[in-house]
Design a protein around this ligand. Structure first.
Ligand SMILES: NC(=O)c1ccc[n+]([C@@H]2O[C@H](COP(=O)([O-])OP(=O)(O)OC[C@H]3O[C@@H](n4cnc5c(N)ncnc54)[C@H](OP(=O)(O)O)[C@@H]3O)[C@@H](O)[C@H]2O)c1
Length: 288
């Protein structure tokens, strides 16, 4: 007889919870059991998306309604993880549940947030899939190949690794003490490009550039930058005044940007300093 699948309870079933639970259900990796969100309606529509044919799955109106499970995913917003873990630990203690595995998917927070459960003998972890979950539908289609950062108790990570590889995740380990820097790096890698692009476009428009040309520059410069960084690495892909060590041009441009937008000028100067450092021109040449 086939071994029964491990059961999964979901606290929070938005974009990430629905995506993972649906993939695990479809691949026959886990069996989704109880789903709790802020409202029974959203939990029901999540369950309809995850496992419409799973007769044993149900919507929980309160945490106390949730049955014991092998694995608990706390897929709530980061600010809610702490309180959910405390509530879950209080219910588990009251009912005398056997220790289970609990994890969350925050990139910025570690498994330490689940300490109230660890104190009951549960194994705890965080798994951060490095993907923009724009919607559960898009993320289900895009998930295969997604790098997933595992952090937390060794036993929990060992159990979670095959679950994520089973749905196409590419797992790697992050040490607990490195989690914040790891996530800050992900922010640097992806979140500032739109900010810089918006500033550049505002500055171009301030010079009277027509929208059609702004859009053309957007596409060409961004695509070329990505292609060059991927092909050559960031250091070789760097061009512009910092790459040439042209301190005078940087100072002149920073002054003009300051007259247009002082906050943008602060960013321009800070990023130019980093670019100069990267290009090996760390110190401004002495004035003669
Ligand atoms: N979105 C991304 O691109 C992404 C990528 C990687 C990791 N993550 C991480 O994944 C986690 C979940 O993010 P998400 O984007 O899936 O969030 P989301 O789409 O906003 O969904 C949050 C879910 O949590 C439920 N919820 C909120 N407070 C709750 C509470 N106190 N008790 C029970 N349920 C509660 C919501 O209920 P309702 O449905 O009733 O509103 C909703 O189902 C976060 O830790 C986030 O950092 C997100």
């Amino acid at each position: 007889m086939a071994k029964p699948l491990p059961t999964l309870n979901l606290i929070g079933a938005g974009r990430v919870g629905q995506t993972l639970a649906r993939l695990w259900t479809r691949q026959g990796v886990l069996r989704v059991q109880d789903v709790l969100t802020r409202s029974p309606d959203s939990a029901q529509s999540a369950l309809d998306f995850i496992a419409p044919d799973e007769a044993l799955a149900s919507v929980a109106e309160h945490m106390v309604d949730m049955r014991p499970a092998d694995i608990w995913l706390l897929a709530v917003p980061d600010a809610q993880i702490d309180a959910c873990a405390q509530n879950l630990a209080a219910h588990a203690r009251q009912r005398g549940d056997s220790p289970a595995l609990a994890f969350h998917c925050s990139g910025a927070q570690g498994a330490e947030l689940l300490a109230p459960l660890r104190d009951l003998g549960w194994s705890v972890a965080s798994v951060h899939p490095v993907l923009s979950f724009a919607s559960a539908q898009t993320a289900v289609a895009q998930f295969a190949g997604t790098p997933c950062a595992l952090e937390g108790d060794a036993a929990a990570c060992d159990s979670l690794r095959p679950l994520f590889t089973g749905i196409g995740g590419a797992c790697f380990d992050v040490r607990s003490q490195d989690k914040v820097l790891y996530h800050a790096a992900a922010v640097l890698a992806t979140n500032f490009a739109p900010v810089l692009q918006a500033l550049a476009e505002d500055a171009w428009r301030a010079t009277g550039m027509p929208d059609a040309l702004v859009l053309r520059l957007r596409e060409r410069l961004l695509r070329n930058a990505v292609d060059n960084i991927v092909a050559l690495g960031p250091q070789q892909a760097l061009t512009g005044p910092a790459a040439r060590g042209d301190f005078a041009a940087i100072a002149r441009q920073a002054d003009v940007v300051a007259g247009w937008d002082p906050q943008a000028a602060a960013a321009y100067r800070a990023l130019s300093d980093l670019a100069l450092r990267m290009a090996g021109h760390a110190c401004e040449p002495p004035q003669t």
